[in-house]
Design a protein around this ligand. Structure first.
Ligand code: FMN
Length: 215
């Protein structure tokens, strides 16, 4: 089929940069910050979008996009509904893998870590900064539950919006943040002829062990 050939022909040479043992920062959080600052400068849409992979207690995986909302040397934070599929899986198996793909820089970062819920206070700090309509939507949506139709959702949104008119919607109890606490990072820089650079950091006590992987 024509489209099969077209797909097979999609390929790109990566020539923009290199990543080596000489130029990588030996602290993976600082290396992440360097790359994140560089992608922010490009003013692309949603550079903070990341694929979050989780799995249930039987090891059945699932993945979806979420938005990174903050990071520091403790870890990487995102927010969600605590009854959603991802959250149910994280409660059964508190480990996750996150992936950023910044195609404009020919870079990928993978982070594997343990996951903890943020405190209600920390989650509220973020929730209360969100636009009114986003807060109403968080109250209206029982994320990942089956609903009868689109109208059901819109009616519920409108009803809750009226209810909270002129008031401050409080954060629902089944909503909040998660912190991914990394034990492994991989920084990937695309290179010519598919000989990409892959440098990993693995937690070793209080230090990070750095290695290079074959592409
Ligand atoms: C660009 C983008 C950003 C998203 N950000 C979030 C987010 O920060 N939190 C969230 O719960 N869902 C977010 N979503 C929706 C999720 O991908 C997903 O549909 C939802 O969380 C339900 O997933 P689950 O059923 O696996 O729990 C985002 C989707 C896209 C495409």
């Amino acid at each position: 089929m024509n489209s099969k050939k077209q797909l097979a022909d999609i390929r790109k040479e990566y020539l923009q940069d290199r990543l080596s043992e000489d130029n990588i920062i030996r602290n993976p959080f600082l290396q992440f910050k360097l790359w994140f600052d560089q992608v922010l400068k490009l003013k692309i849409d949603e550079p903070n979008a990341m694929i979050l992979a989780t799995s249930d207690k039987n090891g059945i995986p699932s993945a979806r996009t979420v938005l990174l909302k903050s990071f520091n040397e403790m870890g990487f934070t995102f927010f969600s509904n605590y009854k959603s599929r991802k959250s149910r899986e994280l409660i059964q198996n508190p480990r996750a893998s996150i992936v950023f793909f910044w195609k404009e820089l020919e870079r990928q970062v993978r982070i594997d870590g343990l996951v903890e819920k943020l405190s209600r206070k920390e989650s509220e700090e973020y929730f209360n900064q969100r636009p009114f309509e986003s807060r109403i939507a968080s109250i209206a949506s029982q994320q990942s539950e089956v609903i009868p139709d689109r109208q059901f959702l819109e009616d519920k949104f409108e009803m809750i919006k009226q209810e909270y008119a002129g008031k401050n919607p409080l954060m629902p109890f089944d909503w909040g943040g998660f912190l991914v606490i990394p034990y492994r990072f991989e920084f990937w820089q695309g290179r010519e002829n598919r000989l990409h650079d892959r440098i990993i950091f693995e937690k070793a006590g209080n230090d990070w062990k750095l290695s290079r992987l074959s592409p």
